[in-house]
Design a protein around this ligand. Structure first.
Ligand code: AMP
Ligand code: MG
Length: 412
């Protein structure tokens, strides 16, 4: 039952509230091997030209273009240069220097004739095809000029940006640090996965689902374990999270109506809390607030209180914690890849809420087709294990015949 005392929010309204309370974290310096997927906070300029010298793009002969414009040309082989070496030979008219890919062009040469276009006989080489001047020669600085800005602040570092950092001589990069995300499960019935549950008990799946999501989105999960439904214990968990310098706290359980209102009681004393009823399914109840500022650190830490059902916990993390974690790391945008897919079966949902249905996708010649992964209950973890994505059924849509196109958020 919706709780009349709780504000009813759309997914977008809730996300806006949460993002408004979250700030970008401070930078840190990391080695290049740690930099992938991070957001750069500095401007990076090249310390020198890349390539530093004019060089060969092919294995062949460095020559004067004028000598090879008209075949046949017979040239004298005056030596050889490999990559990593600089030849002091000066190429005069009629000269050719054997050269390997990447080796600097000798003085006087402006063109490289590929081995495949020649026939060498002793100290002489015959060029069989006509060549344009400049062919197979790379100019100094043709990729990057000394002093040129190659990466701007805000850039997300992908493998190619990491390569550019290495190319301009950086071994480290200044990036936004990763958020530390404390994760706490609540519930008298919840036990850790290494235990044998007694009757009425259930193992803690949520902490591990959420930790895996946090890590996937670049955060550092700190597992606080399972806390019993007692206000003092939940508050102790919060203090532990602050002591561990959490930047975000995520709890699961204890936010439903008719629950012990546990997170609410525990937090009312320590910060400002909101309890929302979201117009979505699964995952109607959500708590969000800010703990602190703590007396020791002076910092305020946002807290997200997820519903206890594992499917609701995971989807809520996806919709609300993920953008917060990405914003903290300096990302400017956090869209999730979606595809359009045709429903293989009819769907009826008349409650006016936005549904996130777990679907399996089949890639057909006519595009993607979506089938529901069985029981869509918010406690049915199998419905997620089988799923490739979440089909989004808008609030105002009540009846979708088979064949209707829906938007599916890809989970991978
Ligand atoms: P709650 O939101 O606390 O009312 O919990 C809703 C349902 O989710 C109950 O059936 C709980 O047993 C279950 N649940 C709560 N926490 C967890 C957890 N950490 N792992 C798996 N199931 C949970
Ligand atoms: Mg509970």
């Amino acid at each position: 039952m919706p709780d009349e005392r709780r504000p009813v929010l759309s997914v977008e309204e809730a996300r806006e509230h949460i993002l408004a309370a979250v700030r970008v974290l401070e930078p840190e310096r990391v080695s290049l091997l740690e930099a992938e997927g991070r957001v750069l906070v500095e401007e990076v300029a090249a310390d020198r030209d890349i390539p530093p010298l004019a060089n060969s793009a092919m294995d062949g002969y460095a020559v004067r273009g004028a000598d090879v414009a008209q075949p046949p040309a017979l040239l004298r082989v005056v030596g050889e240069v490999a990559a990593g070496h600089v030849s002091d030979v000066v190429i005069g008219p009629g000269d050719a220097l054997r050269i390997m890919t990447g080796a600097p062009l000798p003085a006087g040469a402006d063109t490289v004739v590929r081995f495949e276009d020649t026939r060498q006989d002793g100290d002489w080489v015959e060029v069989l095809n006509p060549y344009l001047t400049g062919k197979n020669a790379r100019a100094a600085g043709e990729d990057v000029r000394a002093g040129q800005v190659v990466l701007e602040p805000g850039k997300v570092l992908r493998p190619q940006e990491i390569g550019m950092l290495a190319a301009v001589g950086r071994t480290e990069a200044a990036v936004v640090r990763r958020p530390r995300v404390a994760i706490m499960a609540t519930g008298d019935e919840v036990v850790s996965p290494d235990q044998s549950p007694c009757p009425g008990q259930i193992r803690d799946a949520n902490s591990y689902i959420v930790a895996a999501q946090v890590r996937r989105y670049g955060g550092l999960p700190l597992l606080l374990g399972v806390v019993r439904d007692e206000e003092a214990l939940v508050r102790e968990g919060m203090r532990e999270a602050l002591a561990q310098k959490a930047d975000l706290i995520i709890t699961s359980g204890g936010v439903s109506v008719g629950d012990f209102d546990l997170v609410k009681q525990a937090l009312a004393a320590d910060g400002e809390m909101h309890f929302w009823s979201l117009n979505m399914k699964p995952g109607r109840p959500l708590a969000f607030g800010v703990i602190g500022p703590s007396t020791s650190s002076g910092r305020s830490v946002p807290l997200l209180g997820l519903p206890g059902n594992p499917v609701a916990a995971m989807i809520s993390t996806e919709l609300f914690a993920r953008p917060a974690i990405l914003k903290m790391q300096g990302f400017a945008d956090w869209p999730r890849p979606t595809v359009r897919a045709r429903l293989r079966e009819p769907i009826v949902r008349k409650d006016g809420r936005r549904h996130y249905l777990r679907v399996r996708l089949v890639d057909t010649d006519a595009g993607y087709e979506a089938t529901l992964t069985g029981d869509q209950g918010s406690g049915i973890l199998q419905s997620l294990v089988q799923a490739d994505g979440l089909a989004v059924i808008p609030e105002e849509v009540h009846r979708l015949p088979a064949g209707t196109y829906v938007t599916v958020i890809l989970l991978d």
